[in-house]
Design a protein around this ligand. Sequence first.
Ligand SMILES: Nc1ncnc2c1ncn2[C@@H]1O[C@H](COP(=O)(O)OP(=O)(O)OP(=O)(O)O)[C@@H](O)[C@H]1O
Ligand SMILES: [Mg+2]
Length: 359
Amino acid sequence: MTPAVDAALPPAVPADAALGATLDAIPFACAAYSPVDGALRVANRRFLDAFAALPGHDRRDRLLAALDVAATDDGREARAPHSGHWYALHWRPLPLGDATLDLLTAVDISERMQALDSHKHRQDKLLFTSRLMSVGEMAATLAHELNQPLAAIVNYLNGSLRLVGQAGGPVQVERALLAARTQAEHAAAVIARVREFVRAREPRRDAQEMAAIADTVLELLRLEAERQQLRIDLALARDLPAVHADRVMVEQVLLNLVKNGIEAMREVPAAQRELRIEGRVNLDGEVEVRVLDRGGGLSAAQSEQLFSPFFTTKADGLGIGLAICRSIIEYHEGRLFFEPRPGGGSAFCFTLPRAHGRA
Ligand SMILES: Nc1ncnc2c1ncn2[C@@H]1O[C@H](COP(=O)(O)OP(=O)(O)OP(=O)(O)O)[C@@H](O)[C@H]1O
Ligand SMILES: [Mg+2]
């Protein structure tokens, strides 16, 4: 018996001791099984570290049954369910004295599997973005096609309302016509927003200063902020690097987030209405912009649905602002997320890659 072999193994023959010492020198998990009964004869320390906790590791067939094995062209890849590690398994005959043992080598390939996984994740994300872009094109066509009939419907409804008004009733018909017009106008508003998003132009990404983007947005919202007696603080880090982005798209994101912040503070006392836009470089080296408000914040249930299209809690909301923002930011390989703001209110944050070092 070699020191590397666990006590549950059958009694060793002298040749096994020499083999055990040899296997211990190999830099990955190795074990030799008997071809006759499939019992484990010798294993190195690495093998025991990796598999001893797995019931049945001392029988060839039970070990294989315990692993999640995926057959590949040049052997087998298997995941050990107790550790989550992935191994490449290879079986080779190993002549030992008069007998031949089955030698199993198990190379830990967890890192490679992880790299593959994240690669696949990136690919999925790219696919998602391109799907989103084609959905965008389809939406633009649909919006164009639907706009005319919708405008006609609203016109007909207005005409009918006039006629009913002149005839002095019936009041149920008038109510139904008004309800129909509200719905048609809502549909037209959704379409207008989608068209605004997918304006027929290719996104163009180059080096952009967040300060310039924020200035444009604040200028657009100045009147609304004044009307609501609301302060907007712009606090971008002094040396904030340029981002690699499509300027109009990022303006659209910031505009939507600031508008949501303003709308969230409609009900709070004027003295507390404070909106803040922060910008800094985060630990990953990306530019991170945070839009902070002192509104009512969000419940856990609401924060789960936030980014779903058409989720809204506002009587006049369409519920597509955040869904559009997220697809724009993901197109830019960034992230858009929500956090509760310490001291009350919400923080909506997005990241963008820096322009430096990019084409
Ligand atoms: N800053 C915020 N504070 C609190 N709730 C927010 C905030 N931003 C978004 N929300 C919640 O998320 C919902 C969805 O926001 P989103 O911008 O997608 O749609 P909306 O503002 O309702 O309509 P619109 O499509 O016109 O923007 C809002 O209705 C609101 O409930
Ligand atoms: Mg909104």
